[in-house]
Design a protein around this ligand. Structure first.
Ligand SMILES: *[C@@H]1O[C@H](CO)[C@@H](O)[C@H](O)[C@H]1NC(C)=O
Ligand SMILES: *[C@@H]1O[C@H](CO)[C@@H](O)[C@H](O)[C@H]1NC(C)=O
Ligand SMILES: *[C@@H]1O[C@H](CO)[C@@H](O)[C@H](O)[C@H]1NC(C)=O
Ligand SMILES: *[C@@H]1O[C@H](CO)[C@@H](O)[C@H](O)[C@H]1NC(C)=O
Length: 920
């Protein structure tokens, strides 16, 4: 049976529209606002805005139609809104399976009219912002509950009889393309499916509206229809969970934090931690649904910040599953992320995936740093090394479907709008923008910059028009921002509008997709001033529309905030701005408008190349490949899939060979861990005896590898003459049969960086009670195993490792956080490099000109991450067949690249070695 790919997002690309009477509304005008809206019986809605808020925002919101912007040439708001029914028609006339919008374009009449006829939430009033109120409410609720219980022992029956109202939902409904959710992803996945690079897609998500009001039967019918006709599995969660998750945890905590709205802002709701439980519940419902539908070999792709916990939850139940996670939004720096009280749960949830992917290298970097700081794990360029598995981390920007968009642009409706707009804005220079009106999009900054531009360059005053479409489903959420923006709009209008010309058109509503495409086609400049953004595809769409095919306007430049995901792929061919720098933004507008055709074309062609190569299809296809690779690697390193070492086979190889080399790690492999201070006490006789046994055969060469200093190793093995030693993880070698140490690094150079590092460590030592610093010739170790407050100590250790990694990069030194220590050492030498040296020496002629026979047996044993490089090296020798019998064995429990494992640990290894020399 072919495997399926679950594409998991909060919202399915489909939703359901209910019809009161049997006639479907396809193509007709939407119903009046109050028709058939489920009345909330709950009377506890007390989230009314304060009087002040109402007064301040009344002018903006209390109008059924968008407010008028004064203009001689007719009302712009009406101009864009006049054909709403046509828009609805345009939108619905398409098969729900083939929509091509990167995000929702919902023409809204304020927020009074729902686009679809759907039930409202039955969840109670949202939890209050104030934690004290929350506690008080909770107490009252408990008391009420107690009273109810004491009055009637049949509380359940009572609550049932309260909801006997006829259910209006379910008589007639149709499946429609969803207007919310991630259109870009849906398009990308569809493009990849059409191209044949993704097969058997199963969408998994919610229908995007509260479903408590639906009958059980209706839910079952919806589930069945979506599953059988649309390959979509519906997750149903109750309204309380849905509201608490989406409207609360996601929108008021995660989204702001991920976009640098730091929670110590007094207005922040980050302390509203009681909504966390809803986030967990919803994630669990998703995970349960996946686990229930999963078949061996299936692929699970989890998308976006709504579902951060899902990979971890699924992993718990399906240890071998192929799980990928893609974050569509930005990922903040660790300093911001650490403000979240549940930071560890979130990170651990994401790390349940085999592959975690981001929109840009910057966000991937932030994630790696955050993991290494907060979880005290080792993060490399490739990913995160956890105790027993590795998680790959990559960045891969999403893109658009240029073909689909091209088709859509040919529609007559778009063409009509283009000619209408060209007519209306003949001889004008058009700057266009479409943003959600929230703090993150920087609309305020853009308007201020535009105002400054008009003042600074008066010659453009009657030539230029900025058309700002401001979309928002919840303006009332941001009354202050709305009021500020409104003030600026009014000011620009009163100062710069003349009878003949109005330089700013500010639309307080979204426009239909056809108008949007037309607007992008007739624009001269696109201006994006987001303060932080994942990967918004508006730029991509603009670039597609500027090919000149649809209008006489073409190759328009893009003014783009440096804080956007797009900035990371456009390679400087945009006009990059810092939205906080109004002067530079104003100058950028001037530069864009004055740019000559040559330069425009030059920049445009490069941008177009980016857009056409980083398509949605490319994104989806690549993600699938990268995940398969990561999963394959992880799977092959999983101790469960690595065979046990066969002592019989090893003994046979041993007997059949003439020249044998053993490279054996000491700590954790030959001997259990012990305190390096008490070397003599812990020196175990059994190890020394075994070594002497092996060495009694002169066809055997033994090297012991360790992180200890040469002096300490020498003392330890003083009674094993001739043994080869590799000290300080490969920095020093005492060759077999020799009593001289070879040092690979220059010790003078080591002193230099050690001084610096010790200085930094002193800072952390002071802050961690009970910590101490160990210095060796070529490394420094920060120990905190005796710390009083382990939690605080490991946090400091994480910071410490990052601090040193940032500061010492140029000295070729890195810090590795391990269990209760941070090891700082040069990365140019390793056990691998030492082993290579030793082997190459062995294969050469020696000084006296005597030829040592080439080794035909190699056994490598180790247990931790330092030993992986030597396993890799040994495996390569085996592949090249330069040595006949190669065995690499791990006695650790971590995932490994070794060929075999020995689960009985150190004593197991010693018995195996003993059996070689003293066959029973
Ligand atoms: C609205 O759209 C319809 C159908 O596309 C068209 O016939 C009509 O003329 C449009 N109305 C206006 C006012 O543009
Ligand atoms: C909603 O579902 C959660 C489980 O996800 C459950 O704990 C909670 O009690 C339910 N709430 C209501 C109001 O049914
Ligand atoms: C892009 O920006 C628009 C306007 O702010 C917004 O509606 C849309 O959701 C954004 N899309 C993505 C993928 O972030
Ligand atoms: C190994 O090589 C080093 C330098 O290349 C040399 O000094 C040393 O004597 C060699 N040892 C043996 C055993 O050949």
């Amino acid at each position: 049976m072919p495997a399926s790919t679950f594409v998991v997002g909060l919202f399915l690309p489909y939703t359901v529209d209910f019809h009161e009477n049997a006639t479907p509304r396809r193509g007709s005008t939407p119903p009046a606002p109050t028709a058939n809206v489920y009345e909330r019986k709950d009377s506890t809605i007390d989230a009314k805005p304060t009087r002040l808020q109402v007064e301040r925002t009344a002018s903006l919101f209390n109008q059924p139609t968008p407010p008028r912007t004064p203009s001689v040439s007719g009302d712009n708001g009406e101009f864009f809104a006049q054909n709403m029914s046509a828009a609805t028609h345009f939108f619905r006339a398409h098969d729900p399976r083939s929509l091509v919008r990167s995000d929702s374009h919902v023409p809204e009449w304020g927020s009074a009219l729902p686009f679809f006829n759907q039930p409202r939430s039955r969840a109670g009033a949202p939890p209050p912002d104030n934690i004290l109120d929350y506690v008080r409410n909770n107490e009252m609720e408990k008391q009420r509950e107690a009273r109810r219980k004491s009055k009637s022992p049949h509380g359940k029956r009572m609550s049932k009889s309260r909801s006997t109202t006829r259910d209006p939902w379910g008589t007639e409904w149709t499946v429609e393309p969803a207007v919310q959710g991630n259109g870009a992803m849906a398009n990308a996945v569809r493009a990849a499916t059409n191209a044949g690079s993704m097969n058997d897609i199963i969408w998994l998500g919610t229908v995007g509206f509260p479903t408590d009001a639906l009958d059980e039967d209706v839910r079952a019918e919806i589930h069945e229809k979506l599953e059988t006709e649309f390959d979509a599995l519906t997750v149903f969660v109750n309204d309380t969970d849905f509201d608490g998750h989406y409207a609360h945890y996601c929108k008021t905590i995660l989204w702001p934090v991920f976009h640098y709205q730091i929670p110590d802002h007094p207005k922040s709701k980050a302390y509203e931690d009681h909504s966390w439980i809803y986030y967990v519940n919803l994630n669990q419902a998703f995970a349960d649904k996946i686990v229930k539908s999963y078949k061996r070999g299936d692929i699970v792709w989890v998308h976006d910040y709504h579902l951060l916990l899902v990979p971890g939850m699924v992993r718990k139940k399906l240890p071998d599953a192929q799980i990928g996670f893609f974050l569509h939004t930005a990922f903040p720096s660790s300093e911001v992320f650490r403000c979240l009280s549940v930071r560890k749960d979130l990170l651990e949830g994401m790390l349940g995936a085999n592959l975690v992917a981001f929109q840009s290298p910057e966000y991937a970097e932030h994630f790696l740093t955050t993991c290494s700081r907060l979880l005290i794990v080792e993060a490399t360029g490739e990913g995160v090394q956890l105790e027993n598995h590795f998680v790959n981390v990559i960045s891969l920007p999403i893109g658009i479907d240029p073909q689909g968009l091209g088709e859509l642009r040919k529609e007559q409706e778009v063409q009509q709008w283009i000619s209408v707009m060209e007519q209306k804005y003949k001889d004008k220079l058009l700057i266009v923008a479409r943003d959600k009106l929230d703090h993150v999009r920087g609309v305020r900054q853009k308007l201020l910059a535009f105002e400054l531009f008009l003042n600074k360059y008066p010659e453009y005053r009657d030539k230029v028009v900025l058309i700002q479409v401001a979309t928002s489903t919840s303006w009332a959420d941001n009354p202050e921002l709305a009021a500020t923006v409104s003030d600026i709009v009014t000011r620009i209008d009163s100062q710069h509008s003349t009878l003949a010309h109005q330089p700013l058109v500010f639309l307080r509503q979204d426009i239909p997709f056809s108008q949007y495409l037309a607007l992008l086609s007739v624009a001269n400049v696109l201006m994006v001033t987001s303060l932080r953004e994942g990967m918004n595809l508006t730029c991509h769409e603009y670039i597609c529309c500027q090919d000149g095919a649809a209008s006489n306007k073409k190759h328009g430049p893009v003014i783009l905030s440096e804080f956007t995901g797009c900035a990371s792929i456009f390679g400087g061919n945009e006009l990059s701005i810092n939205p906080w720098d109004y002067q530079k933004c104003a100058d950028a507008i001037k530069e864009a408008l004055a740019m000559g055709p040559e330069e425009k074309k030059h920049r445009y062609e490069r941008l177009r190349e980016v857009v056409l190569s980083h398509t949605g299809e490319y994104w989806a296809t690549n993600l699938v490949q990268k995940l398969a690779q990561a999963h394959e690697e992880h799977y092959s390193r999983d101790t469960m899939s690595i065979p046990r070492l066969s002592p019989q086979k090893l003994a046979a190889d041993y007997k059949a060979s003439q020249m044998r080399v053993f490279l054996l790690d000491y700590e954790g492999t030959l001997a259990s861990f012990s305190n390096p201070d008490n070397v003599h006490l812990s020196s175990p006789q059994r190890v020394l005896d075994t070594m002497n046994d092996i060495l009694s055969d002169d066809r055997n060469i033994v090297y012991v590898m360790s992180g200890r200093t040469p002096e300490s190793l020498e003392r330890l093995f003083s009674r094993v003459p001739n043994i080869g030693l590799i000290a300080e993880n490969g920095c020093f070698v005492r060759e077999f049969g020799s009593d001289e140490w070879i040092s690979f690094p220059e010790l003078e150079k080591m002193k230099e960086w050690k001084e610096g590092v010790k200085g930094m460590l002193a800072y952390y030592q002071e802050r961690v009670e009970g910590s101490w610093i160990e210095e060796k010739h070529c490394s420094v170790v920060f120990h905190y195993e005796n710390a009083d407050d382990m939690e605080a100590a490991s946090r400091q250790a994480g910071d410490c490792a990052n601090h040193i990694n940032d500061a010492c990069e140029s000295q070729k030194v890195h810090a590795i956080p391990t269990e209760k220590t941070v090891l700082i050492e040069p990365y140019e030498w390793s056990k691998g490099s030492a082993a290579e040296f030793v082997m190459s020496n062995l294969s050469d002629e020696n000084e006296i000109g005597e030829k040592t026979p080439r080794p035909d047996f190699l056994m490598v044993a180790g247990n931790d991450r330092e030993d992986e490089v030597i396993f890799r090296w040994a495996n390569a020798l085996s592949k090249k067949e330069s040595i006949k019998h190669v065995t690499s064995v791990s006695v650790g429990r971590r995932n490994t690249e070794a060929m075999a494992t020995l689960t009985q640990g150190t004593s197991g290894l010693l018995s195996v070695l003993t059996r070689l020399t003293r066959p029973r």
